[in-house]
Design a protein around this ligand. Structure first.
Ligand SMILES: [Zn+2]
Length: 300
């Protein structure tokens, strides 16, 4: 079983890359699987197919396979996750062997990955949970062939994107994704990228790829095919930048995950002309330790 884990700070393009990968015949994407317990099963949010997650037939089959005859305790697992798999737990989760609650949490996730594979028969499973903690837990399952995709986007573009509220299409009306200020977004950007780099050097050494959002939108087909490494059937691309998105069964993610049909991929660079100078300077200053490393100029 192969699992491709997409990690990166929010608004870096993880959802669209996930949805494109999920449109190949032999790929199943579960979206941000990390949120299965809380958002999906406890809060009753919607699956990518439009049904409430606990009414979606695909997830019903997966959960039945994972927990046949046992009582599902999503609140219990969500609480366990909050105790052991926070972002700040990432380094601890990569150390040697897991014990106690961390090992129990890993076993719960392993059940789900295994059941997804059994039910869907997919050659590749995509998990775009983003959080480095989820990748660290996946790396603790040696029986799963796991790969890490590290997505990075210019931190000024990311900060600009977080300023714009996005409505949650999977929850109750009027709820929006919490915006972050430029400083807060960029502090997270820096911390998450450092942690993900640690994973790429550590447990995912030789099994990780970095993908810049800017390179992805410049040549989406080439970028996606290079992630898969092998040519898979049912390629969703109509040409280099046009893709046919299929309905999916993603647990959570950016509201764009509900989009299906023909999508023309274009760079979203409104921030270059519209972002005020103050947040841009703040974001540049905070991100400096990694900015040039990823090929972004200080004077954007
Ligand atoms: Zn579904």
């Amino acid at each position: 079983m192969k699992v491709l884990y997409i990690a990166g700070w929010g608004r870096s393009g993880t959802t669209i890359v996930d949805n494109i990968l999920g449109s190949y015949d032999s790929v199943f994407t579960c979206g941000e699987l990390f949120y299965l317990w809380r958002r999906g099963l406890t809060e009753g949010r919607r699956c990518g197919c439009g049904e409430q997650l606990n009414r979606c037939g695909t997830w019903r089959d997966i959960l039945h396979t994972a927990y046949a005859g046992e009582k599902l305790k999503p609140k219990h697992t969500a609480a366990l996750q909050r105790r052991v798999a926070r972002v700040r737990d990432t380094r601890r989760l990569t150390r040697a062997e897991l014990t106690g609650e961390a090992a129990r949490y890993r076993d719960e996730m392993r059940r789900i990955y295994t059941a997804i594979h059994t039910v869907t028969g997919a050659e590749v499973i995509v998990d775009s949970s983003k959080t480095p903690a989820g990748a660290a837990v996946l790396a603790q399952m040696p029986e799963i062939e796991s790969y890490l995709v590290h997505m990075v986007r210019d931190p000024r573009a990311v900060a600009y994107s977080w300023k714009r509220p996005k409505e949650h299409l999977d929850a109750h009306a009027g709820r929006t994704m919490q915006p972050h200020g430029a400083a807060e977004s960029t502090v997270h950007w820096l911390a998450w990228n450092l942690l993900i780099e640690g994973l790429a050097r550590g447990p995912f050494a030789g099994r990780s790829r970095r993908l810049r959002y800017e390179d992805f939108v410049a040549a989406p087909r080439r970028a996606v095919e290079s992630l898969l490494g092998v040519s898979l059937g049912g390629c969703p691309f109509q040409d280099e930048t046009t893709v046919q998105l299929r309905a999916n069964h993603t647990v959570s993610g950016n509201p764009s995950r509900f989009r299906t049909g023909t999508v023309e991929l274009r760079a979203d660079d409104a921030w270059r002309s519209d972002q005020p100078w103050r947040p841009r300077v703040v974001s540049t200053a905070i991100s400096l330790p990694l900015l040039h490393r990823y090929g972004y100029a200080s004077a954007a």
